[in-house]
Design a protein around this ligand. Structure first.
Ligand code: AHR
Length: 497
């Protein structure tokens, strides 16, 4: 009938390659993310480095390619030199982002070691508040230097002979924010970012430098892109080395009502489209030669977050529901659909703070939002392929975000990929809390492995002593119709022809 949705998947129509970095993480010196989260010396669950083994194992399962560090807002007053060398000589300092005390017991070398343990790549953020360019250059030299130079030798003295080869570096964090020690006008920021980028690329042209954007749609984004996406600096060895490689944007979504909560991430899709257009516009206006690689978007903070409802003094320990898990599934559908433009996306954050993974003294809890992240990271890799859904749309205002106000919200939210292994993966999120949708799927070939994330109701949570939301595995013969259950995320996979 007219009401029956149809999903048409075309595995041969490749849209763009999915950068594995869309499954990146973020660990900040904030709340219990580092201390008591990934680093808990003395706990029997920790290894000889003080790293929580259960957290490491869980993150290995998640297979996160890159992790951002040390913030966040924390960066604005962080001096990396405080956090290297013998631990008993490291200073404790007042910390101005979250108003605590930073003991510096966990610093650059500990983070690098932790990344190696987890099997992930580091992404570091410079201090654009109280930090200097000299300090930034020194940090790069400390991490990546191979010569007989002062900071490279300091790293060797601290026990690490080989360079860490840190590729990703951010030119500040949310510098536009009124809460920042580092707050600047867009004019001042663009000037400083360009100056730092020149010096940093002269030191090491292989760095991937990430410009600090806002949400991708602000005049801040327009202005900073226009000023900083310029033809390569003449002192650099080749015109293929741009000063800026990525543009960072941040967005957190939430609502107390299920439908707007689950669908609000669609605003991010619009923000990505706008940012992408601003990148093109800046390159056209600045006459950047096409040989210079086009910057991608680094969505280096995204998640569902409502600091009012979340627990803890920082409003950071969220107790996620099934509704939030569906929102995370839609966030990830957006990144897969927009894989041409998104070079990295970091869920904020990786442990305890606004996170799908929580620790207690005795173990870990995988929140509802863990499961969509796990399924996407495991299967939605390779290429985004064309998937078209025709179905009804929700009535009225669904996502209370300005960007969405004039757009439809379809009943089903989908994305599809084709992996190196020759498997097609299709994700379908049925947001509706009252009804399933019998759906015609074109292009499917049985047998189909089916993974369903759902629970009793949209308020189900894993934080009340019981795992109410997890994955259910089943098989389907790949017939014409499949019913997507109410309030669920379904991932289907089958071998392409
Ligand atoms: O992720 C929590 C905080 O949110 C980050 O420190 C900051 O960048 C953002 O405002």
């Amino acid at each position: 009938d007219d009401e029956t949705p149809t999903i048409a998947v075309h595995p041969t129509r490749k849209v763009s390659q999915i950068n594995p970095n869309i499954y990146a993480g973020f660990t900040e010196h904030m709340g219990r993310c580092i201390y008591g989260g990934i680093y808990d010396p003395g706990n029997p669950l920790s290894d000889e480095n003080g790293f929580r083994k259960d957290v490491v194992d869980a993150l290995k399962e998640l297979n996160i390619p890159t992790v951002r560090y040390p913030g966040g807002n924390f960066c604005a007053t962080y001096h990396w030199l405080d956090g290297v060398g013998p631990k008993d000589q490291r200073p404790s300092r007042p910390e101005l982002a979250w108003l605590g005390t930073e003991t510096n017991q966990f610093g650059t070398d500990e983070f690098m070691k932790w990344c190696e343990t987890v099997g992930t790549e580091p992404y570091l953020c410079f201090n654009f508040g109280t930090g200097t360019l000299d300090e930034a250059l020194a940090w790069v030299e400390y991490c990546n230097g191979t010569g007989n130079t002062y900071y490279a030798n300091m790293r060797r003295k601290n026990g690490r002979e080989e360079p860490y080869n840190v590729k990703y570096w951010a030119l500040g964090n949310e510098v536009w924010g009124p809460w920042q020690v580092e707050q600047m006008t867009k004019e001042a920021y663009a000037h400083k970012a360009l100056q730092w980028a020149k010096a940093l690329k002269l030191l090491d042209p292989s760095l991937v430098l990430i410009l600090c954007g806002q949400d991708g749609t602000a005049s801040w984004d327009y202005y900073t892109l226009k000023q900083c996406l310029v033809p390569a600096h003449s002192a650099l060895s080749t015109s293929a080395v741009p000063l800026i490689d990525m543009h960072s944007i941040h967005m957190y979504t939430s609502s107390n009502e299920h439908l707007p909560n689950a669908t609000a991430p669609l605003a991010a899709e619009r923000a990505i489209e706008i940012t992408s257009a601003l990148i093109d516009l800046a390159r056209i206006e600045n006459k950047v030669p096409p040989s210079q690689p086009r910057p991608t978007i680094c969505f280096d903070e995204w998640n569902v977050w409502d600091p009012i409802r979340a627990e803890g003094s920082l409003g950071a320990e969220e107790s996620y529901t099934l509704s939030d898990a569906l929102a995370v599934a839609i966030w990830l559908n957006v990144f897969v659909r927009k894989s041409r433009d998104v070079g990295m996306a970091c869920i904020a954050q990786t442990v305890n703070v606004i996170s799908p993974l929580m620790t207690t003294k005795e173990g870990i809890i995988k929140q509802t939002t863990w499961w969509p992240l796990y399924l996407f990271s495991r299967f939605m890799r390779g290429w985004t392929v064309s998937a078209h859904v025709s179905c009804g749309v929700y009535e009225g205002e669904t996502a209370p975000v300005w960007l969405r106000s004039a757009m439809d919200t379809p009943w089903l939210d989908v994305s599809a990929s084709l992996g190196e292994d020759g498997y097609v993966d299709l994700v379908v999120v049925n947001i509706n809390e009252k009804r399933g949708f019998e759906t015609k799927i074109e292009g499917v070939r049985g047998p189909v492995d089916v993974y369903t994330v759902t629970g009793e109701g949209v308020q189900s949570t894993n934080m009340k002593g019981k795992e109410e939301v997890s994955i259910r595995e089943s098989k389907w013969d790949g017939g014409v119709h499949y019913e997507f259950p109410k309030h669920s995320m379904t991932l289907m996979r089958w071998k392409a022809e």
